[in-house]
Design a protein around this ligand. Structure first.
Ligand SMILES: Cc1ncc(COP(=O)(O)O)c(C=O)c1O
Length: 373
């Protein structure tokens, strides 16, 4: 008999200052320790109702369909396109980074006709350019943008685009994977029709869930599809039947992840949304000040910098991967390198949820001083 056995599981606790995941509060881990129960157990269904209600408050919406998909943030993106796009539909996407680029890839896999409004990475896509494209393409079914572009640290202004989409048939689709829980996301006020996020960044819960909210306008579009949604697992009408009153089995709910999200959301409301946004802003400003004081140059466009993710140019004398490896090995601090065309050019430093504390900023700066002198 093969007596091979994997070693003990013993991951080193890290300070997670990369682009996600962020650190997890011990109360969330404790919640995950609770006994697993069945996917139709009335207790679990009650917890799911709590999650929907708390998610509505974080998304600042009254949308009835506000749920958590049982998979990472990417499932929110996939669900958004696979549910609302039918082959041949036009989709306009503002492309200024890695994840916006991915949106175009997912949309084209759904056989959409994709119209790209490109912008240099590191800058926001001017809302006027998107609105101009929407005027030129009144048939556009979706206008998609990334609110917080994790590859660059840029925040996209949403209000003008949302106000325009409200007046026409186009649905406004927003990726809030890196913003939700750390930055204001006002789904109803900003006229957002479809908004998805993840569990592992601003909400400070382990990766594995994708909160999503859908407006009535978008639900009407979904219900009037000519063809069935191609994905069974991500079909929002089926998920609605499980999360809503009908309670029809769709998939085996990951109970432990639901406990985790519920506890993570409770922690958010104990702090208060406004207080939480303020903490992220204050700490984000402090980190930027410390980094500039040390000699780093900020990468993202001024005026559109995210509090939750700071991007800096890599100084010439600094080696990218070896320095980040030393930070991880010697100081247990994780930060992110550049993605795609920015690989080796920038660093991305996250301050999300539980990680967003002064002590972490000071530890990082101390470690950088030690390493870089
Ligand atoms: C803006 C954005 N969209 C989508 C994703 C994909 O999410 P996940 O990695 O949780 O699947 C990420 C991941 O970092 C992201 O930053």
């Amino acid at each position: 008999m093969d007596r091979w056995m994997a070693g003990d599981l013993n991951p080193t606790p890290r300070i997670l200052m990369g682009p996600g995941p962020s650190n997890v509060n011990y109360r969330v881990y404790q919640a995950m320790f609770a006994p697993v129960i069945g996917y139709l157990d009335p207790q679990l269904l009650g917890y799911m109702d709590d999650i929907s209600e708390m998610l509505r408050r974080v998304f600042q919406t009254k949308n009835r369909l506000t749920i958590a998909i049982s998979a990472t943030g990417s499932s929110g993106m996939e669900a958004s396109f696979v549910n609302f796009v039918e082959p041949g539909d036009t989709v306009v996407v503002g492309v200024n980074g890695f994840f916006a680029e991915r949106m175009t890839e997912v949309a084209s896999r759904c056989r959409a006709k994709v119209i790209r409004i490109d912008q240099e990475w590191g800058k926001m896509v001017e809302p006027e350019k998107l609105i101009k494209a929407l005027k030129e393409h009144p048939e556009a079914k979706i206008c998609g943008v990334v609110h917080a572009e994790t590859s660059t640290g840029v925040r996209e202004p949403l209000e003008e685009i949302g106000a325009y989409c409200r007046k026409v048939d186009t649905l406004f689709l927003v990726d809030a994977v890196t913003s939700l829980g750390g930055c204001e996301v006002k789904v109803d006020d900003w006229g957002i029709d479809i908004c998805y996020s993840c569990s592992q960044k601003g909400l400070s819960v382990p990766p594995g869930l994708a909160p999503i909210t859908v407006s009535q306008k978008a639900m009407d579009v979904l219900r009037s599809r000519k063809t069935k949604v191609q994905s069974f697992y991500l079909d929002l009408l089926l998920l609605e039947k499980y999360w809503g009153e009908e309670r029809v089995y769709h998939h085996t709910a990951p109970a432990s992840m639901f406990y985790a999200l519920r506890e993570g959301l409770r922690i958010i409301f104990e702090e208060g949304l406004e207080e939480r946004f303020q903490r992220h802003q204050t700490m984000g400003d402090r980190l930027k000040m410390e980094l500039e004081g040390f000699g780093f140059k900020l990468f993202a466009q001024e005026g559109y910098r995210l509090p939750v993710l700071t991007s800096v140019y890599l100084p010439n004398r600094v080696e990218d991967a070896p320095t980040r490896k030393r930070l991880l090995d010697k100081y247990n601090i994780e930060i992110g390198g550049g993605l795609g065309q920015l690989k080796g050019k920038i660093w991305r430093i996250g301050l999300m949820g539980e990680t967003c504390r002064l002590q972490n900023i000071l530890q990082l700066m101390g470690a950088l001083r030690d390493i870089l002198g």
